[in-house]
Design a protein around this ligand. Sequence first.
Ligand SMILES: C[S@@+](CC[C@H](N)C(=O)[O-])C[C@H]1O[C@@H](n2cnc3c(N)ncnc32)[C@H](O)[C@@H]1O
Length: 344
Amino acid sequence: MYPRTDPATRRPERLPRGAFLMGPGSMTDNTTATTAALGALQDPLDALGVHWRMYAPADLELGFGKARVLLGDCVERMRELPDGSADVVLVDPPYSSGATREAGKTGYSKTMTRSTDGDRARWFGSDSLSTDGFAFLLRACALEWFRILKPGGHALIFIDWRMLPAAMAAVESADLRKSGVLIWNKTYFGMGKYYRNQYECIMHFTKGVGCDPQRRDIGNVLSHKPLRTRNGAIHPTEKPVPLLRDLLSVVCPPGGLVVDCFAGSGSTGEAVLRSVPGARVVLIERDQQYHVKASLRLAGVMRDLYGDRRTQEVDGPANDDGGPGADGPGAGAVGVADDLDEVA
Ligand SMILES: C[S@@+](CC[C@H](N)C(=O)[O-])C[C@H]1O[C@@H](n2cnc3c(N)ncnc32)[C@H](O)[C@@H]1O
């Protein structure tokens, strides 16, 4: 298993920057994926000067374990995460809502969410599932969320009105406990025949009785403007960081571990790193293009928060000044390595 932990110090084994190890899975696929990701990431990561390591299949560790960006199918990859390790699951699955009727979902439809890379014939993974297929995917995920969450941990799942009933049932069927549905008020309306669309939903579940909130001064309608690709969004359905920050502020304890298994642009990662002291994040993304984009985004955030730490020791100094350095790269390393020893 890797990353390996030094048994004497209980700290992650130090590897040369950019080194990667072959995993126990398919050598061919891993080699291809890792080589491609390494090719796209090595120079920009080196230029940013943040600490990074990569493991097959294209799994990136940033900032001495504060963030991990894993490539692959979320259900498969979540199976590698340890039981009871996460405080919060915050996800935005592909809604598969692109057509009003089931038949319309199977083909390429003008309502499907398009890739932002200019390739109009491509939409992102799983966004054209039937309702049954979507429910199946969500139940498979929810079984893993239940397993990886700590008792009392929280799951927040974006969804739209159309898929809400199927999605609630799928998640509930994995024994997660309904806590409510939040509304993301986008502050202005978009398309819609009668009452035009202005909101999305966020399902809130807990594993058993939820842990106490971090704050109680926030309502269940959150108003934040959406991002637009023309205004620099990386992903066609990218969620605004301030919205994610509000969500996390209620349920994520300092030093918590957050998992987003439908990472897209890495917005959840940015919200975690910027807003929750000492928190760590694991992102999973199946699309190599977004895996690279999310990785670079988080590396940029690391650079912003911690500066050039490429030469810092694994157990480097952490400040006590309450700023980002207080939970700096060295501070989270042991916990993450322990939590994620089994992440291949
Ligand atoms: C709705 S988008 C998430 C956007 C993200 N919240 C953001 O702010 O950028 C869903 C993402 O999940 C990815 N995805 C779809 N199916 C997946 C799967 N089975 N495993 C991992 N990722 C998947 C898609 O490639 C897409 O990038």
